[in-house]
Design a protein around this ligand. Sequence first.
Ligand code: ATP
Length: 232
Amino acid sequence: MSILECNNLIAKYGDFQALFGIDFHLDEGETVAIIGSNGAGKSTFLKSITGLISVDTTSIKLNNKDIGGVEADEIAKLGISMVPEGRKLFPSLTVEENLLIGKESQREGKWTLEKIYEIFPILKERRLSPGTALSGGQQQMVAIGRGLMSNPKVLLCDEISLGLAPVIVKDIYAIFPEIKKEGISIVIVEQDINQALKVSDRVYCFQEGKVSLQGKPSDLTHDEISQAYFGV
Ligand code: ATP
């Protein structure tokens, strides 16, 4: 059953149209990757779901309930959590304080500070350090932890790998199967195709605001993905 569904989603910035009728679904417990080059519309898609951009009110459904037009903080309370591009931590707050911000829209569930520290032990060691004192990888862990603190049904992750060394990206991606095991449905927006495909059940490729390809990673060839990604 789909937990999140979009039909013919259209998004605009003023007169500029960024998304041209996206059909998308995320099943319960599924991990889906959205790949595509710069400007393909991936972030706009996530912003549309989280209420940061206004869209047609009938085009987005969470658990079959229309959520188009719902304010961003309400969306979080309904169970959609976003790990934003660029982490967006509060630099002067400690690791723990940054994590606790995710509690503001907390729903009932298993995710607590202790559980976040279990999956990211380094954050426990550094819990009193300010955000600015952390490495990029540690900051990304805090951003993911903060997203989990609200006990979401759906976790949306925007460009987790941006600016991180490959070995760090690999470590961070290793956590996704753990999160999936807890029953959370996950959307991973990525330019790092290989990492995203490794942990995903299905993939959508966006090109110029449209879905250019979708399927299970194992059913798609390298050439099909390149063509859908680059349009060549
Ligand atoms: P990236 O990986 O670079 O973030 P993306 O696939 O996430 O790319 P979007 O950021 O969604 O792409 O951008 C889609 C299109 O919308 C691009 O043409 C971009 O220039 C445009 N766009 C994004 N944000 C705005 C905005 N605030 N105002 C006007 N146009 C925007």
